[in-house]
Design a protein around this ligand. Structure first.
Ligand SMILES: *Cc1c(COP(=O)(O)O)cnc(C)c1O
Length: 375
């Protein structure tokens, strides 16, 4: 008997306000998805929901995209994510970016999942599966990122040797951009040219190149399907300005546990890394690295209280941060105030800039400890 079996059946009863909250506005997320379609000139638009929909919760995000926005093609990273998504959405196309591995074929068939085949071993493995009930597949050609996909040599072989693709039902050919965040990087044009040359060998098969950053590079990059992730979730994939129709769909709110006064010369937090130059008022907030608020924000993060940005002082602890609320004290702050750590006021862009972490990493770092509220 596992220890889980000895746990009581009923959920523990606790007041929800003892936890920090993560509110996810699915309406805003859906509007972002629709804005992606608009940005991509009405090209068909897949939903990328890997890593639990970038931490926002695949069980809520995927059905919203399917039912409220007609999204019919989803991408996940691995087979486990795909099988979970299949249980949520029985009737949609699901691509598995990591591809198929020996012994896993039956799971793809049983769950009607499409592998993204990344090398000639995977194409051969899929060819060997009986075509009866075998789902279609995508072929990923590597045009320079050197991460996944058929190498240039394998690509030539796949194109020239008919037996290498005999019998495969290919529903998509794709590639992935290495530098789509930087419109000035010459690698974008090079990957575009290489991918275009590949697509000429598959005139009847839909093609896809653009992630969020690729969408912002313009119409040459759209092909037949775009694959936005971070734009849907309110991040800016580009060094350029954020498209104005993209809004932040989530908000992380902490609570004030204490407000204290520190005198000049006193320090705050582990390691005593911050010292008050004059007397300061410090609020302790109930979110720390155990919630996914990383120590990269030590002495450089910002939070927002009643519309005012205040700085994180000292180190981020496991369950707490400390912020300098002197400018708000005492009239404009009380223990009931909500404290935004990430959301419409403290955007992913801003948090990324001060911490040097990528927006993707900050977002997917969000943990389970929050009370989640979907609206
Ligand atoms: C993650 C991923 C995407 C989505 O990328 P964003 O930059 O979040 O838009 C698209 N395509 C592939 C192959 C990916 O791995």
């Amino acid at each position: 008997m596992g220890f889980e079996d000895s746990l009581p059946d009923s959920l523990p009863d606790f007041p929800p306000d003892c936890l920090a909250t993560l509110t996810i506005n699915l309406g805003t997320l859906i509007r972002n998805y629709k804005s992606c379609i608009q940005l991509a000139g009405d090209t068909e638009c897949a939903g990328v929901v890997k890593a639990d929909a970038y931490g926002m919760g695949i069980t809520h995000v995927a059905p919203a995209l399917f039912h409220k926005a007609n999204c019919r093609i989803f991408f996940v990273a691995n087979l486990a994510e795909a099988i979970k998504l299949r249980r949520i959405l029985p009737d949609t196309v699901i691509y598995v970016l990591n591809g198929v591995f020996s012994g896993h074929e039956g799971y793809f068939i049983k769950n009607n999942l499409r592998p993204v085949l990344n090398d000639l071993t995977q194409t051969a493995l899929w060819q060997a599966v009986s075509p009866e009930n075998r789902p279609a597949c995508a072929i990923h050609f590597d045009t320079g990122i050197n991460r996944l996909g058929l190498s240039p040599k394998e690509t030539t072989q796949f194109i020239n040797d008919v037996s290498a693709r005999k019998g495969l039902d290919i529903s998509l050919i794709m590639s992935h951009l290495a530098c789509s965040d930087d419109p000035d990087n010459p690698m974008n044009a090079q990957q575009l040219a290489d991918f275009k040359a590949i697509t000429r060998n598959f005139p009847d098969i839909p093609a896809s190149l653009a992630n969020s950053g690729g969408i912002l590079l313009g119409p040459d990059y759209y092909f037949d399907l775009v694959r936005p992730g971070i734009l849907m979730y309110g991040g800016n994939p580009s060094k350029g300005a954020m498209p104005k129709n993209i809004k932040v769909p989530f908000q992380i709110l902490g609570k004030i546990l204490q407000i204290r006064t520190v005198d000049a010369g006193q320090s705050v937090g582990y390691g005593a890394t911050w010292t008050a130059k004059q007397s300061r008022h410090i609020a302790t907030i109930n979110i720390g690295y155990g919630d996914g608020y990383p120590q990269m924000f030590n002495n450089c993060g910002w939070v927002c209280i009643k519309g005012v940005k205040v700085p994180v002082v000292g180190r981020v602890s496991m369950d707490m941060i400390t912020v300098d609320v002197t400018d708000l004290y005492p009239q404009k702050i009380d223990p009931e105030c909500d404290v935004e750590l990430l959301g419409p006021h403290i955007t992913l862009e801003m948090a990324s800039e001060v911490s040097t972490l990528s927006q993707y990493e900050i977002l997917t770092g969000v943990r389970e400890r929050y009370q989640r509220i979907y609206i």
